[in-house]
Design a protein around this ligand. Structure first.
Ligand code: NAD
Length: 356
């Protein structure tokens, strides 16, 4: 089915509010999730709501928590998300780090113990829209690992996302925002449910051999997701684990730490003002000239044009804002079930879902 983003935001807000979340907070979380759908990342959109409602119910998600300052030492800041909605505690910590970066020129900030932060690009955009450069290393803990190290055949990490944002004087920021696994776990689940194969190079079986069968992620003997870009992507995943996890979160995926049904992100960010380096005019003109140069590349056969990071999201936003968001039947059924679990009755569900 296809649904308008405002209607979907209202429905998602109603679900979180019914689960006890203050309305204004519920709306912010809903907005973040629907923006992920609008920007083309359905794996991090409203399809996460059933897991969030489950974690509210089992006490793994604290709906009232805000980011608490644990350490405040000039250019070094550390926050505790206290297992609150990542969308709230992540953006609160980023906002405070942005304010500090304006004073100090640069900030290294950690935010630990966030329930799922969602689309990391949203925090990059927050920095970029403030005219600042940002780099984000994130790990994922609280449940069993999914991703194998390069050359391995067992799972050791999760999809550890990395993000880097460069602001532009006269356009939206350039945002590289990516999982360090070859493909998102959400996309593997969808392929499995549809009986489809995943792209070659995404998965390995239990012997470490490449496979396109998504069933290896769900049926014994289990395989694993591979890192993107072979040893290089694996290396980035390790850095996300060590900086996001060991440094900011003090909680990596190693097995002495807790593994249950939580979805916990720890994020390490470096945020800085390009003006602090002096040549802001030159920086801006070089960024513009380089982007123009990249755009001028003759496209490969079968490709319409060369893009820069962040442009696919901009295109998806324009297209989906106008045409609506496609939600597959399973995800919609999951949302209706989550709404009921959150405490909405049939009449409220059908009113909030707009009879969709
Ligand atoms: P992706 O592969 O769709 O895109 C990755 C990056 O490549 C984006 O910056 C995109 O703009 C860019 N890109 C894509 N196609 C391009 C092209 N043709 N030309 C130029 N640039 C292009 O993203 P992904 O790796 O599937 O990640 C999806 C989302 O999942 C991200 O928002 C990420 O933050 C999120 N994520 C979150 C967690 C978490 O634990 N919170 C974990 C993993 C991923």
């Amino acid at each position: 089915m296809r649904i308008n983003h405002e209607q979907l935001t209202a429905f998602a807000t109603a679900i979180f509010a019914s689960a006890g979340t203050e309305e204004v907070r519920a709306r912010k979380v809903a907005h973040h999730l629907v923006m992920a759908n609008l920007k083309g990342h359905d794996s991090h959109g409203v399809g996460m709501i059933p897991a969030y409602v489950g974690n509210i119910k089992n006490g793994n998600l604290n709906i009232a928590a805000d980011a608490a300052v644990l350490r405040d030492q000039g250019a070094v800041m550390l926050f505790d998300g206290q297992f609150g909605f990542g969308q709230l505690v992540g953006s609160q910590a980023t906002e405070l780090a942005i304010a500090r970066a304006r004073e100090t020129g640069v900030v290294c900030a950690g935010v630990r113990n966030c329930h799922h932060l969602g689309r990391i690009g949203s925090y990059g955009e927050q920095c970029g829209e403030a005219g600042l450069v940002s780099i984000h290393f994130v790990n994922v803990v609280g449940h069993a690992p999914l991703v194998s190290p390069f050359g391995g055949r067992e799972r050791r990490m999760t999809t550890n996302p990395f993000c880097c944002t460069v602001p532009r004087a006269d356009d939206i920021p350039i945002v590289l925002d990516m999982a360090t696994s070859a493909v998102a776990q959400g996309k593997v689940r969808v392929a499995h449910m549809k009986g489809e194969q995943v792209p070659a190079g995404s998965l390995i079986d239990h012997q470490g051999q490449p496979t396109t069968d998504p069933g290896v992620m769900f049926n014994e003997p289990l395989g694993a997701l591979g890192p993107f870009g072979m040893h290089k992507g694996y290396g980035m995943a390790v850095m996300c684990e060590l900086l996001g996890g060991a440094l900011a979160g003090e909680w990596t995926a190693q097995p002495d730490n807790e593994r249950g049904v939580q979805i916990v992100n720890h994020m390490f960010m470096v945020i800085f003002d390009p003006a602090a380096f002096g040549g802001l005019d030159r920086f801006n003109s070089e960024v513009t000239a380089m982007v123009d140069y990249l755009h001028s590349t003759e496209p490969a056969l079968g490709v319409d044009k060369v893009r820069i990071p962040g442009e696919p999201e901009r295109e998806a936003l324009a297209e989906r804002s106008a045409a609506g968001i496609d939600i597959d039947d399973n995800s919609w059924a999951g949302l209706l079930k989550a709404a009921a679990a959150a405490g909405m009755d049939d009449a409220a569900i059908s009113a909030a879902a707009g009879g969709a």
